[in-house]
Design a protein around this ligand. Structure first.
Ligand code: NAD
Length: 414
């Protein structure tokens, strides 16, 4: 049986800490979240009834700086999932070497069945309940699945109302007009494409005739599809929650975006064949980008994979059992904590700009993001070559070492 999500994350941590020979108390510290809160949220629904939702916020570690991480609205949110994601955020911030710890949050709800007003009231109550543990110097939330910049604006407003003054730095991923950063919306996709380009160079794969398949057609997936397609890459397959499509000749990204807007899915797009997700995963392709849910490439379907590179847009889309199968197939994996770190890098830029009240140009942001992603890729590849580690363990070793060093030098309190 496949492990739980947090157990999966702990298994990767164990590999890295065994390699680093971490002192037992530091390893034990890293296996546990620093702080977790479960909140119950009564929300007035549009029909006048009151429904109770359960929300979570986990601050996994803040040895290197304030905790940072998004929050999601999804029916399957659990404490295990939020804890695992908060741990991943901790290593992710460390891999790209930005001065943050890791956190994550979520509310168990189905946002697709709620009105915007209901989501607004849910967001305000969730913010109120976790307000005691967030803030620009403590923990800075951001968007994740089904939470967008409007949700961030409501969170920032609620927190500011409670404080009595405007606090732009309490969240990132908010609209530009209230202190959001240029380039934040496309940051994760841009960062992912930057490391894919580095991987192609490293593996000596030409851009000419390159193909990519993308699972998930939201912020990350659609962004990657757009950027890669603009670079001349043929997007041959796309999946969303309702189905998948495939066309070996390539899919027109603007046309499929319009189709999804009109019908709610990529499914049924005239110029491609409808397939199921496992079929899409089995198609021959250069780059496969899972950018939807965790665990979508697992022991059940990993043997089908015929991609040369998997760039993890989502968090933990490939399970540890699947890792073993993919290793045999020599698939080059760019692990989540490196591949999708672009979002948190530009979130860091947004926080810095908010604190300074001084805003940067789009070019400045793109160029700083690019150089951070390239440097992180090089550090992870160098470690992997130097120590004979796979890319996932190597990224973990780079990230975990930075966190462990910070804990170690600060010492045990009191
Ligand atoms: P989103 O809500 O914008 O999009 C999610 C997409 O996944 C949608 O197209 C949805 O239809 C699709 N999807 C849902 N269930 C699916 C299924 N069973 N099969 C195929 N597709 C399915 O979310 P997002 O912001 O693009 O985030 C996607 C993933 O990337 C998440 O795992 C998130 O944690 C991770 N991530 C996001 C960011 C960011 O900046 N948004 C940063 C780092 C990591």
């Amino acid at each position: 049986m496949e492990k739980g999500f947090f157990e999966e994350v702990l298994a990767t941590l164990e590999n890295a800490s065994r390699f680093l020979n971490l002192p037992e108390p530091i390893y034990q510290r890293l296996r546990r979240p620093r702080r977790s809160i479960i909140v119950s949220l009564p929300v007035m629904m549009d029909d006048g009834s009151v429904r109770f939702f359960t929300g979570y916020r986990v601050q996994y570690d803040f040895a290197r700086g304030p905790a940072k991480g998004g929050f999601r609205y999804h029916p399957k949110v659990t404490l295990d999932e939020v804890t695992a994601l908060a741990a991943l955020m901790t290593w992710k911030c460390a891999v790209v070497n930005i001065p943050f710890g890791g956190a994550k949050g979520g509310v168990e709800c189905d946002p697709t069945r709620m009105s915007r007003d209901e989501i607004k009231r849910l967001t305000r109550r969730y913010t109120y309940e976790i307000a005691l543990m967030i803030g620009p110097e403590i923990d800075i939330p951001a968007p994740d699945m089904y939470t967008d910049e409007q949700v961030m604006a409501w969170m920032m407003d609620t927190y500011s109302m409670m404080k009595g003054y405007t606090v732009p730095g309490v969240v990132t991923g908010k609209p530009i007009c209230i202190g959001g950063s240029l380039g934040r919306k496309t940051a994760t996709s841009q960062g992912l494409v930057a490391v894919v380009c580095e991987a192609l160079r490293f593996l000596k794969i030409s851009m000419e005739g390159l193909t990519a398949c993308i699972i998930g057609f939201g912020n990350v997936g659609k962004g990657c599809a757009r950027i890669l397609s603009d670079m001349g890459v043929r997007i041959t397959g796309i999946a969303d929650s309702k189905g998948a499509i495939y066309n070996p000749k390539g899919i027109d990204i603007s046309a499929v975006s319009r189709h999804k807007k009109e019908t709610g899915s990529v499914k049924g797009f005239g110029s491609a064949e409808d397939v199921d997700l496992d079929e899409l995963i089995g198609k021959e392709v250069d780059v496969l980008i899972p950018a939807a849910l965790e665990g979508q490439i697992n022991s059940r379907n990993a043997h089908r994979v015929r991609a040369r590179i998997i760039a993890e847009g989502a968090n933990n889309p490939v399970t540890r059992d699947a890792d073993e199968i993919l290793k045999e197939k020599e698939v080059f994996i760019i692990p989540d904590i490196l591949a999708n770190a672009g979002g948190v890098v530009v979130s860091y830029f947004e926080w810095v700009q908010d604190l300074q009240g001084f805003f940067w140009s789009r070019d400045e942001i793109a160029s700083r993001l690019n150089s951070i992603m390239k440097k992180a890729f090089k550090e992870v590849v160098d470690m992997s070559l130097d120590k004979g580690l796979d890319m996932r363990t190597s990224a973990m070793v780079v990230g975990v070492k930075r966190v462990a060093d910070a804990i170690s030098v600060r010492g045990l309190y009191p």
